[in-house]
Design a protein around this ligand. Structure first.
Ligand code: C5P
Length: 220
């Protein structure tokens, strides 16, 4: 029997990297595989939620036909799609590894190798999650934090800055956690700064834990 505890809830999940064009054939990207976000989308759908999964370029395949997968490339495109759906959703889980910066100018033609050094000027991308935090009404907002030092303090600051309800902290100091690995070790911190350290688990199991944590919010 399918679990339906999130039936009637609409969830927006972001996943994967973003690609920021330099010219028609080159981009700035990162090593995010998108797996964590895909697993969360799947776990949400398994509990009966209506899921919109906004993904940057990734090899991951969405095999769940009930999930609406919207594919984008750049942070700006991801921003636009998230804002388009935001009013109608109950939960946002921002698992995408959004590029912090993008080339200020995108060359119209392929850049030639003439000079011995070459400089690309970058400008800040919009912070998608923070911008949703500013618009927040009923939505329960979940962000990720990947930190290498003073993890808890940085994560708490992020909760405040982005107006989040929950943050999932990945510490790079934990073996088996983070990018490109099948496992993850996370700590949940809620908006009241309660801290819930979790065990090292498969990303599927971590996704299940994240969804169960979000579910608690609707079970009061
Ligand atoms: O500030 P930082 O990049 O560490 O925050 C990470 C969280 O914010 C993640 O949930 C990520 O998906 C989200 N984020 C975003 N837009 C950005 C940068 C990060 O939505 N431009």
């Amino acid at each position: 029997v399918a679990e339906t505890s999130l039936k009637g809830k609409k969830v927006l999940v972001t996943a994967g990297p973003t690609y920021e064009s330099i010219d028609p054939v080159r981009f700035i990207g990162n090593h995010s595989t998108g797996k964590m976000g895909f697993d969360i989308a799947e776990a949400m759908a398994d509990k009966g939620a209506e899921v919109i999964l906004v993904t940057g370029p990734t090899h991951m395949k969405n095999r769940n036909t009930t999930i609406k997968n919207i594919k984008v490339e750049s942070a700006q495109q991801m921003y636009d799609v998230c804002h388009q759906y935001f009013d109608s959703v109950d939960v946002v889980v921002a698992a995408a590894a959004v590029a912090d910066y993008k080339p200020k100018v995108v060359a119209a033609q392929k850049i030639k190798k003439n000079e011995s050094t070459f400089t690309i000027e970058l400008e800040k991308n919009p912070d998608i999650l923070a911008s949703l935090g500013e618009r927040k009404k009923q939505q329960y907002l979940v962000g990720f934090a990947l930190e290498t030092e003073n993890e808890i303090e940085h994560a708490k600051a992020k909760i405040k800055k982005k107006n989040l309800d929950l943050i999932v902290l990945n510490s790079l100091n934990d073996e088996g956690a983070g990018f490109g690995k099948p496992t993850n070790k996370v700590t949940f911190i809620d908006k009241d700064f309660n801290i819930f350290p979790q065990e090292l688990k498969s990303k599927e199991a971590v996704a299940e834990d994240i969804v169960n944590k979000i579910k608690e919010h609707y079970e009061i």
